[in-house]
Write a protein that binds this ligand. Structure first.
Ligand SMILES: [Zn+2]
Ligand SMILES: [Zn+2]
Length: 387
């Protein structure tokens, strides 16, 4: 028992060390990402775009892709994931199990498409029911279902997906932000009540931007590789000789971006496919892992596990995630138009994180797993390991 506890403590020490390294590396990842995507765009627009045919068609299209790639990266680092605050009071005259979505409680700024709809239960195909709550044993807040405690941010995050080592500014620059906010009180870039962090979780309010950033990054990288393969091979010494390199950007930088774009289109493409699959299943990354365990538990009891957040069709789940109307699917009373996916703008989720859309017939929760059997953040803690 003593040996097991020692091993567990060693493991936890390494895990916390890993968290610290991830936290400290955040600003470097950001700087790296900003420099590389900026260089990629510079290479594309100065070297490759002039070589494309149909400039009237291709130029606006390429500008749109670049705007979305940079815009969603800005938004995923800038929009807070949705930290758990006090629960919103149920609206008067509406039973707690039928509470509609209410306004998101984070700043309504940064290229916001429109304010979220006010409480309205009519329309929309998703049945939104009030979430069950638990108390976090680490930060003691009352939190709704799907919220998890992030060890790096040390806070509970609504619809926690994962912690990504991205952020906006290193800590020594944090002091700048309030001053900028005072000077520019309505500037959407610097909302006063949104202090930047070193790292950022991906949660309810920025998950859409995270997925769209990956999607536009993949599109951008594929477009880069497709339009530059001839020049790239030439620089590498194959095919056409590129001895007269008369561009401002050195050929070595172009080559670096060319190789990086090829690697990224594959690596981020796989990540994107994984995320789209979890979204189509009505899960987050954490829930995908948990649901595997629940499936096995249910199987042992000869029952079938049903994820209540899965509305029954991949397209409906995707429509709900992006809060857009896809064909006849209208996830919420006032979904955003489908073409909102083409613009780098803030779009609110369908819920405030304290109510969730569930599959018809599963309004009380998942099937095959009982309340209390569900995995918690504390599950990983060794029993009696804390004084
Ligand atoms: Zn917590
Ligand atoms: Zn975090």
């Amino acid at each position: 028992m003593l040996g097991a506890r020692l091993v567990f403590r060693c493991f936890k020490t390494f895990e916390r060390l890993g968290d610290r390294i991830t936290g400290a590396a955040g600003p470097f990842f950001v700087a790296f990402a900003v420099i590389l995507t900026g260089l990629g765009s510079a290479c594309f627009f100065t070297i490759l775009l002039p070589t494309l045919s149909y400039p009237l068609l291709t130029t606006p299209l390429c500008i749109l892709i670049a705007l979305n790639m940079h815009g969603h990266y800005f938004l995923v680092t800038r929009v807070r994931p949705g930290f758990v605050g006090p629960p919103p009071p149920p609206p008067v005259g509406i039973s707690p199990t039928q509470q509609p979505q209410s306004r998101g409680r984070i700043e309504d700024s940064a290229f916001l498409w429109a304010l979220p709809p006010h409480a309205n239960t009519s329309g929309g195909e998703a049945r939104v029911t009030r979430a069950a709550t638990t108390r976090c044993k680490r930060c003691a807040v009352i939190r709704p279902e799907r919220a998890h405690h992030c060890r790096i941010c040390n806070r509970c995050v609504l619809k926690y997906d994962h912690h990504c080592p991205v952020g906006v500014l290193p800590p020594r620059f944090r002091g700048l932000m309030p001053r900028l906010s005072v000077r520019l009180p309505h500037c959407p870039f610097f909302p006063a009540h949104s202090p930047p962090g070193i790292n950022q979780c991906v949660g309810l309010h920025n998950e859409r931007h995270f997925v769209l950033f990956m999607a536009y990054l993949v599109v951008g990288c594929v477009a880069f590789c497709y339009t530059s393969w001839e020049i790239g091979l030439g620089v590498l010494g194959f095919g056409v000789e590129w001895t007269n390199w008369d561009y401002t950007i050195p050929s070595t930088i172009f080559l670096l971006i060319y190789i990086l774009a090829a690697v990224m289109s594959l690596a981020v493409g796989i990540m994107l496919a994984f995320h789209l699959r979890t979204i189509a299943n009505g899960e987050t990354t954490v829930e995908g892992q948990d649901n595997e365990v629940y499936r096995k538990v249910a199987e042992q009891r000869a029952e079938a596990f049903v994820n209540s957040y899965d509305l029954g069709s991949g397209l409906r789940n995707i429509a709900l995630f992006f809060n857009v109307a896809i064909g006849k699917h209208s996830p919420s009373p006032a979904p955003y138009p489908l073409y909102s996916l083409l613009l780098p703008m803030r779009v609110h989720p369908y819920t405030d994180g304290w109510s969730w859309a569930r599959r018809e017939g599963y309004e009380q929760g998942h099937a095959g797993i009982k309340r209390g059997e569900e995995l918690t953040d504390e599950e990983e803690e060794f029993p009696d390991s804390e004084p």
